[in-house]
Design a protein around this ligand. Structure first.
Ligand code: HEM
Length: 515
């Protein structure tokens, strides 16, 4: 009996040791993938790969990306490989190579490799995460919703939200304000109105449900992060478990809001100049028409989008639209407050253009602010809200000028923040200098500036994002002078928990009313 027990224990132990050795060999093979291909890799840590500092929250993912970029650049490399845990991710750093991936050879890199689960998590099936043909069809349908004509149509909403913003700052008076929070409320109201047709009123009611749910999307807790990790490492397994990455509360809230709005508008044939109207036309007619008609006609081509598809797009316009633009305005105001000469020059341009347009802030007036364009571009260079871009290789690809073959399924990270802070392209990269974007200084490779991405998957909301950023800045600069409050932690510290570039502790500014 005793001997049987001992032999059983030995068998178990041998099995355990064998399984451990196999696992180590498997991990070793996976984490030497690039070495075998002759592609350089920054130093890695066992099991964590190149994620050690972002997992321990020592550095944000953006800072980590910049570090890896600088490591490879210092070694004069065109590309490298990194490991997110034990998953190999290709990491191109040469702008010409990046251009091939994003534009010339796009048909090899159509997808982003982001988790999507249409059945169990309908809000995940949006333009940002959709793949292949589904993405292509939807992109073609949605592109006409972002023309300059449609932007002009929504301009009135932006002006109304700008007025509420100024009223609120006037009400607070003399106290330093957490500008990030205020700007997120401003853009929540704009996108809430344009994407859902709702008066969110978060400027006046900071804790209203729309603002709370918007915060929840970006304030990921431990469980959300673990889910995100699993969907990244084993997407198919996560899908087979029916895993949802959209928070249940958030899904419930947005599905109800969107369903109520669609039903109300259809029943009463309401015509409102916003994205929701355009999405309902796509749902009922399969195309956009100039009149306000929402119901299907007999000549409509039948290539319509479903209610769930409509809901996912309204949702992505909201999440992609409010945080990116408010982040841009936040960093821009921080730099203007730190550089009073640039602030003065920009304010003067706003006042001059307003005078030219009879005191009215119109779409054309905004387009006439050329120094503003440079200031916003310099902000997006120094602080790209998305510090890196993702792609997935969808068809085997030979890296131009090499024998290296990227296999279908390989994930890619394009290190935007590294390119934006590379002193070969932007001397003294920490200096805030809008003149980098003057016509005479634009002789850099165009793929060294990628705040909105590039190629067929470039940000679809670029025009809208720039428009709301410029409207917000014009309204604020016309009315206030900004200085940095002593409440702001300097130098700025980036929040390691946030995948969008964001500071720890907010940015506090003093706003002095200009009489
Ligand atoms: C300053 C503001 C904004 C910035 C910096 C920004 C940045 C980006 C970036 C970097 C991408 C990925 C591009 C790529 O992979 O090549 C993206 C994609 C996207 N953005 Fe924006 N964005 C902004 C505003 C907006 C707004 C206002 C909306 C909607 C109303 C929007 C909707 C989207 C969507 C739907 C995609 C996915 C496009 C696709 O895959 O076809 N963005 N954005």
């Amino acid at each position: 009996m005793f001997l049987k027990w001992v032999s059983w224990k030995i068998e178990l132990f041998t099995l355990f040791v064998g399984a451990t050795i196999l696992l180590i060999l498997w991990l070793k093979r996976r984490t030497t993938y690039f070495q075998r291909m002759g592609i350089p890799t920054p130093p890695t840590t066992f099991l964590l790969g190149n994620m050690r500092d972002s997992i321990s929250q020592k550095r944000s993912f953006g800072e980590e990306t910049k570090w890896q970029y600088n490591y490879l650049k210092a070694k004069n490399k065109l590309h490298g490989g990194i490991y997110l845990f034990w998953n190999a991710v290709y990491f191109p750093i040469d702008p010409e190579l990046i251009k091939h991936i994003m534009q010339n050879d796009f048909h090899h890199f159509v997808d982003r490799g982001v988790y999507v689960n249409e059945e169990d998590d309908p809000l995940s099936a949006h333009l940002f995460s959709l793949k292949g043909k589904k993405w292509k069809n939807l992109r073609a349908k949605l592109t006409p919703t972002f023309t300059s004509g449609k932007m002009k149509m929504m301009f009135g909403v932006l002006l109304k939200c700008g007025k509420d913003f100024v009223d609120e700052i006037d009400r607070i008076k003399h106290e330093p304000i957490d500008i990030k929070d205020m700007l997120a409320r401003f853009t929540t109201d704009i996108i809430g109105s344009c994407a859902f047709g709702l008066e969110c009123n978060s400027m006046k009611e900071p804790n209203n449900e729309f603002r709370e749910k918007g915060k929840k999307v970006f304030d990921a807790g431990i469980i959300d992060n673990l889910k995100g990790l699993l969907t990244f490492i084993m997407p198919e397994f996560a899908k087979s478990l029916g895993m949802r990455i959209t928070n249940d509360e958030v899904t419930k809230f947005f599905m109800k809001v969107i369903s109520d709005t669609v039903k109300y508008r259809e029943k009463n044939n309401i015509y409102r100049k916003d994205f929701m109207h355009l999405l309902i036309q796509l749902k009922n007619k399969g195309k956009l028409v100039e009149d306000g008609n929402l119901s299907a006609d007999k000549d409509d081509d039948g290539d319509v989008i479903t209610f769930n598809e409509l809901a996912a797009q309204a949702f992505v316009f909201f999440i992609a639209g409010f945080e990116t633009s408010s982040t841009t305005m936040t960093f821009c105001l921080f730099e203007l407050a730190s550089n009073p000469d640039i602030q003065k020059k920009l304010r003067q341009e706003v006042l001059d253009v307003l005078e030219k347009y009879n005191g009215e802030l119109t779409y054309d007036a905004i387009m006439d602010m050329h120094y503003m364009e440079k200031v916003v571009n310099e902000t997006l260079r120094k602080y790209p809200p998305l510090p890196s871009l993702n792609r997935e290789c969808t068809k085997d690809y030979r890296i131009p000028g090499t024998e290296v073959i990227l296999k279908k399924g390989m994930k890619l990270i394009i290190p935007v923040i590294g390119l934006h802070h590379d002193e070969d392209y932007y001397p003294q990269p920490e200096k805030f200098d809008p003149e980098r974007f003057s016509a005479e200084n634009l002789n850099r490779h165009p793929y060294t500036f990628l705040p909105f991405g590039e190629g067929p998957r470039i940000c679809i909301g670029l025009r809208f994002g720039m428009m709301q950023t410029k409207v917000g800045l014009s309204v604020l600069l016309k009315n206030y002078e900004f200085t940095v409050s002593s409440k702001t932690r300097l130098p700025l510290v980036m929040d390691p928990r946030s995948f969008i570039l964001s500071t720890k502790g907010g940015i506090w500014l003093n706003c002095q009313k200009i009489e």
